[in-house]
Design a protein around this ligand. Sequence first.
Ligand code: ADP
Length: 498
Amino acid sequence: MEERLILSLDQGTTSSRAILFNHQGEIVKVSQKPFQQIFPQPGWVEHDAKEIWSSQISVAREVIAKEGITGSNIAAIGIANQRETTVVWDRETGEPVYNAIVWQDRRTAKYIDELKTNGHIDRIQKKTGLVLDAYFSATKLKWILDNVKGAREKAEAGKLCFGTIDTWLVWNLTGGKMFITDVSNASRTMLLNIHTLEWDEELLDLFDIPRVILPTVKESSEVYGTTTTHLFSTKILISGMVGDQQAALFGQMCTKPGMVKNTYGTGCFLLMNTGDKAVNSNNNLLTTIGWKINGKTTYALEGSVFVGGAAIQWLRDGAKIVKTAPGINHLAETVEDNGGVYFVPAMTGMGAPYWDQYARGAIFGITRGTTDAHISRATLEGIAFQVYDIVKAMEADAGKKSIELRVDGGAAASSLLMQFQSDLFGFKIIRPKTLETTALGAAYLAGLAVGYWKSVDEIQSQWIVDKEFYPVLEKDKVKNMLRYWHKAVKCAQNWIED
Ligand code: ADP
């Protein structure tokens, strides 16, 4: 008999992807399709929810066809999705009443300011684990109900559905039969009490959201249902659903408390597993649900760096110091150290733990001897320093020291960056063989639910490391560099006077 595969749907912010994984957790085939980004006004970002669906289902069908198999060769479907993005649709017709409002959208920032002024910050953080911000779904959903003609009346009459992208995809995959979300996605709406795992009546009141519009909250790994008949040659089980960053944490097999992963993409996304404890942050990190499996909820702390790999892009496209992103490594390798140069890549302000929207990028310590190679090196180091600061904040919140960091994302390809990251931390950096950790995490969750993999331990034992990096730089040198870095950050902070 042919080997059965897991179909992972990785629904991201700029493209929909479908990846087939085999029993060893290896990629068998990939299909990908970008979709339109809609910018109706400055600060507004929308997607056509129907295009999200059509692109996602077309890559799913395509990847199966490319591999020359049929639906009956698929053991289960797992979904990882862009988080917080908000869709509202008609329960009867399945037609969205408005475009999907994307997580990046800032249209509700003023309303958020009002909530802050009215003293809602602490209560919301205690219940949801989130920092009061326009990023999350609640205010986007309220905006749709308040601004789309007739939406509020219809919502109150039970005629509309709200969902994040996981909910929207499962609804469509099941032909409107299943109206569900998973706890990890629900924890990003700002409507879920992350301690009780229930939609919170007080928050629904505050945001003026009718209870009836919300989906049922499920675990991240369980058999939810099957695809409707006409989509594939046969009905396929759907058994994994999880937000993309949590998916990556699971795909990295960070399944024990204290384990941390970082994705070095355009920005950097860090998550630390905190086990069954929802750790409240004193450092402006987010407390989020990682996943729920077999009745057991795993929590995580989350922090992000706004400008990660984007600093390398700036070096290429703005400063024009390198021609390609990988080129930065060759140039940086031509010098032994940064020559006293420190680059704070705060081009769009700074995220956790600084949260300074008035900070701006700055390069310090330039002398007559400074070259493009030193600046390249300082750019890579500037990414690593920011990641260091977040992990330290996580350790402080969790009251637990990390012993390693697992990495993925485009810039994790830079061995120079990984080596420096290890030097900074004084512990090992682990780069796995499969860097598609988001899709892999969803595949694992789906596979566990149907017995494709028997246990997390079984997966753990087949999880393959590509390379490990160990610290080599002297501790005193590291200490000194950190001192200069933090001095540089202080200077870059509060730069814009507005
Ligand atoms: P995203 O998903 O956010 O678009 P990716 O995970 O694809 O990002 O990572 C892209 C980033 O990785 C870019 O900012 C690019 O500068 C960086 N990058 C890609 N390859 C390398 C490399 N070999 N060395 C250093 N940086 C790299």
